[in-house]
Design a protein around this ligand. Structure first.
Ligand code: PEP
Ligand code: MG
Length: 934
């Protein structure tokens, strides 16, 4: 039902676009010819001719190519939109144009469509602007009828071949034209193709044949008669015996397949506009199944799996294209570079048909030089003569993409700007994380889907708490920690586990932030699972999973699988990755910093190429390893009942804080480090366990009742908008003072060691410039005292986060008192949308499904709403201070489209978790490259 609605909606969009477009008919008309060294179109005309049509025209007609392409013609994408807008009819001139072009093809091939003696057969294929592999329809051998069959037999001298072609035509045509395009819903989900396939299998079984090729001419002929009777019985009409009727039936069916369920669903996933329409390519048939001097194959100008710069591909002797892709027969390698996994060198095309191979190899070299990219080529050899059926930019994995970009740069085929555009961020990501083996994933069914919070894949057994995860790690075992949601007490377990799975939380939830910082696989907001930690059971769709049961997670896409799926290793420390990122650095303008909270994170970030720290969250020292003592002191500070008690607790925190800050500053010496004053979500730090409560009571010399009262007083209805950030410093100036002292003393000691240290102190959760005016004197006073005592000058700046809409709006005032801005887009998104960043798992997926939102705004910056505020703040801020330094430190700082936005808006830097630094470097380079190309 839902699928039907989507198809209807897509048709409406298509029709609307057609209305607008109708007046604008291309000058040339609706049909473009190609073949025999000429073409009406060219490779740049993808919008009108689709990818396939444009490339056929380029290969056939470009003066530097003029390759052997079977002659044919392309009916433009405009006709597709017309067809959908005009009750599946065509523009008036189309019939005559098709006939004229068919005549041209007849002349070029020396054959005649429908001729009794010398029949021309054609293929009818789809071809959208952007490749939609396998999503639309193809019909081969169009033009075979009872009248033309004898002519074909005479021409080829091969009766078996002709009846095999005829049975293929009946199978494809009845399925695509007579059933699917006619809108006939098959009974019991058993379509005509399946019924005919079963008949074919029955005949083979009765004769004891293993392969289709064993069927004789007479058996195929009888099968064709049986097929036609079955078609009539099942679909209620005769299989057409008129070539023109077949041709127009096939053209209409390809246009109809643009709005087939598969195609619509694919466009929704790939975000391909529904109003583009497909072109239709009608091309004279060449046959790879005319005996042992014929063959068909698919090849890549370089290896698409590893980028190796050798011609790579596979082929089959005596076969039609569909046999190669359908996996009916195992193809053979085309040369010695393609032998891995199948066949052997002795059966290679190079050995079996050396002349055709040599020609093909020379053509692929010319094509690659011409297109300056790795190409995917389809070819057919008919009785020793080579034909090119298609060429397009070849799909490749991440490892291959990087290798090919670097090699082509070295070969001077492309320049640096082009090289950085050759690798997508998702491809680069493949090199940074272990992933679930795509082959294993393709045959597995996900049990649940959540938000893809930390990329890569992981496999391990379920544990329900930190202690179990730590124990597993100690025993050298791999586990996945499954929680309803996470809190600071889980951090050790999160670190110990291979991956994290939570039922609640959004992309900027604590679990997601921490996991991303560690480069750990993580899925959050997986609302299909329920977790009963007490009973140690996870339930998904009624099925229960116990502690110890295995799961596999794909954190890049958010899929949860039952059991163990095989994994592929990450290629970290890969020399190619390092070299490719150097090319990116040469092209990018934006600086890339990291959000790092420890010296170890800072080191990691530097190794990934970070140019500083854009966000050091002081409060993260209270999470994770070795945090017991500072956390205990922080709890005392939070639960203190007087300024005296608080100052005492702050003194206890101070040495820990100074040590951590010093370590991070040292690790990043020479680079800028932005240290954000504490922004602790107070409620997260109140102890819950009996032992922890008793310890605090003892330390503060209070009774459990007094503890309860103080804890109760700290509870807030809306902690995200409560007593946090700079508000703490305003009510308790001693908290700001202690932090400033920790920063300046750490800096002074490092400066004494001869290091270049310039701390940038950042004030969080600011909504009014007077908050900064209130805090700055505290910082200045401590700075003076520390400099005087140390006898050293400490250069520093004081800036602010822009993370509250009011701060963005009043940027002209705030810029007067701030040295820099860093956009905290996690909170800015939260407060602009009014969506709690930790609770979006419950509703944002529905908003996306129902088309209200295009994306999760916590993952991909909302350039319309949040972007409006940012644009205003940048303009107003720089209006006051021309050189105001501007960055971003929300999670969007590592998301490619958001990085591009920051580039366009003139930011100085983006900051993201260390593992995303390489992606941000690429995204920044691509933003520059796109601008340069314009
Ligand atoms: C932000 O709000 O974008 C930010 C970086 O701060 P935090 O995530 O710590 O609230
Ligand atoms: Mg924030």
């Amino acid at each position: 039902m839902a699928a039907k609605k989507t198809v209807k909606a897509a048709k409406k969009v298509c029709a609307k676009a057609a209305c607008k477009k109708q007046a604008k008919v291309s000058k040339k008309g609706f049909v473009y010819h190609f073949g025999a060294g000429k073409a009406d179109g060219n490779g740049a005309m993808k919008e009108l001719l689709g990818g396939k049509g444009a490339n056929l025209a380029e290969m056939a007609g470009h003066p530097k190519l003029k390759l052997p392409v079977p002659p044919g013609f392309t009916i433009t994408t405009e006709v597709c939109t017309y067809y959908w807008n005009n009750k599946r009819t065509y523009p008036k001139t189309l019939k005559a144009e098709v006939e004229t072009n068919l005549k041209k093809v007849e002349k070029e091939t020396g054959k005649v469509f429908g001729s009794v003696n010398n029949p021309l057969l054609v293929s009818v294929r789809s071809g959208a602007r952007s490749s939609m592999p396998g999503m639309m329809e193809t019909i081969l051998n169009v033009g075979l009828t009872l009248k033309t069959i004898p002519g074909m037999i005479k021409m080829t001298g091969d009766e078996r071949f002709v009846y095999d072609a005829y049975r293929r035509l009946i199978m494809m045509y009845s399925d695509v034209v007579m059933e699917k395009a006619a809108g006939i819903e098959p009974k019991d989900d058993k379509g005509i193709r399946k019924i005919l396939d079963e008949k074919l299998c029955d005949v083979k079984a009765a004769k004891g044949y293993k392969s289709d090729t064993e069927l004789t001419a007479q058996e195929l002929k009888a099968l064709c008669e049986d097929f036609k009777k079955t078609v009539k019985k099942v679909l209620g009409s005769d299989f057409p015996d008129d070539p023109m009727q077949q041709l127009w039936g096939a053209i209409g069916a390809v246009f109809a397949s643009w709005n087939g369920k598969r195609a619509v669903a694919y466009r929704n996933i790939e975000k391909i506009p529904h109003d583009w329409g497909t072109a239709v390519n009608v091309q004279s048939m060449v046959f790879g199944n005319m005996g042992n001097s014929s063959a068909t194959g698919v090849a890549f100008t370089r290896n698409p799996g590893n980028g190796d710069s050798h011609f790579y591909g596979e082929y089959l002797v005596n076969a039609q294209g569909e046999d190669v892709v359908a996996g009916i027969r195992t193809p053979c390698p085309i040369n010695e570079w393609s032998t891995s996994g199948h066949g052997n060198d002795s059966e290679s095309l190079k050995k079996v048909m050396p002349k055709a191979y040599k020609e093909l190899d020379a053509i692929q070299k010319r094509l690659e030089k011409h297109y300056k990219d790795m190409l995917d080529i389809e070819f057919t050899i008919e009785n020793g003569r080579l034909w090119l059926l298609q060429c397009r930019v070849g799909k490749r994995n991440g490892i291959a993409a990087v290798q090919i970009a670097l090699d082509m740069l070295k070969e001077k085929l492309i320049n640096k700007v082009e090289a950085v555009l050759r690798v997508s961020p998702a491809q680069l990501d493949e090199l940074l994380h272990p992933i679930v083996d795509p082959k294993a994933e393709a045959s597995a069914k996900a049990i649940a889907k959540g938000l893809p919070a930390g990329p890569g894949g992981a496999c391990g057994f379920i544990v329900f708490d930190s202690a179990a995860a730590i124990e597993a790690k100690k025993a050298g075992k791999e586990c996945i920690i499954v929680r309803e949601e996470t809190n600071p007490e889980d951090v050790e377990g999160m670190r110990a586990a291979q991956a994290i799975l939570t039922a609640r939380g959004g992309m900027t939830s604590h679990a997601a932030l921490v996991a991303r910082g560690w480069g750990k696989c993580c899925i959050v907001g997986c609302s299909e699972i329920t977790v009963d930690t007490a009973k140690r059971i996870m339930t998904v769709n009624g099925k229960q999973y116990k502690e110890g049961d295995y799961l596999t997670l794909n954190g890049t896409r958010g899929y949860v699988y039952e059991g163990k799926l095989s994994m592929l290793d990450a290629g970290e420390k890969n020399a190619n990755l390092i070299n490719f990122l150097k090319v990116c650095d040469a092209v990018k303008r934006l600086k890339v910093r990291a959000n790092a909270d420890t010296a170890a994170d800072a080191e990691k970030a530097k190794a990934f190429g970070a140019q500083g720290i854009g966000l050091f969250r002081i409060e993260h020292m209270f999470y994770g390893a070795n945090s017991e003592k500072p956390l205990f002191a922080l709890r005392k500070m939070i639960l203190s009942g007087s300024t005296e008690e608080r100052v005492k607790a702050l003194k206890e925190i101070f040495p820990f804080m100074k040590k951590d800050i010093k370590a991070a500053l040292k690790a990043m010496a020479g680079f800028p480090v932005t240290i954000r004053l504490m922004d602790p979500p107070l409620h997260e730090f109140i102890p819950h366990s009996k032992d922890a409560v008793e310890a605090i009571c003892k330390a503060l010399k209070i009774t459990p009742e007094q503890f309860e009262k103080r804890a109760e007083a700290l509870k807030e209805s809306n902690p995200m908008m409560g007593h946090r950030g700079i508000r703490l410093g305003v009510t308790y100036p001693e908290i700001t003072e202690m932090q400033a002292r920790a920063i300046f003393e750490a800096a002074a000691e490092l400066i004494k060691e001869g290091l270049k240290i310039t701390p940038e102190i950042m004030i969080p959760v600011v909504c009014d410039e007077k908050e900064i005016v209130n805090q700055k004197p505290i910082i200045e006073k401590v700075h003076k005292e520390v400099c005087a005592k140390a006898g050293k000058k400490i250069a520093y700046t004081v800036g602010t986060m822009i993370e509250i809409p009011r701060a963005a709006i009043t940027s002209a005032d705030i810029a007067q008192v701030a040295d820099f801005y860093s956009f905290g887009t996690n909170d800015l998104t939260q407060m602009t949308f009014g969506f709690s960043r930790d609770d979006i798992g419950a509703f944002v997926p529905d908003y996306i499904k129902k088309g209200i939102l295009k994306n999760d705004p916590f993952q991909i910056l909302d350039q319309t709403g949040v972007g409006f505020l940012i644009r205003h703040a940048v303009k107003a801020g720089r209006g006051v201070k021309k050189n105001l330094k501007i960055g971003i430190c929300g999670e969007h700082g590592g998301e490619p489209s958001s990085v591009e936005f920051c580039h366009r808006e003139g930011f100085d830097y983006v900051s993201c978790s260390p593992f995303r630094v390489p992606i941000a470097r690429l995204a920044a380079a691509q933003a520059s490259a796109k601008e340069m190309k314009k």
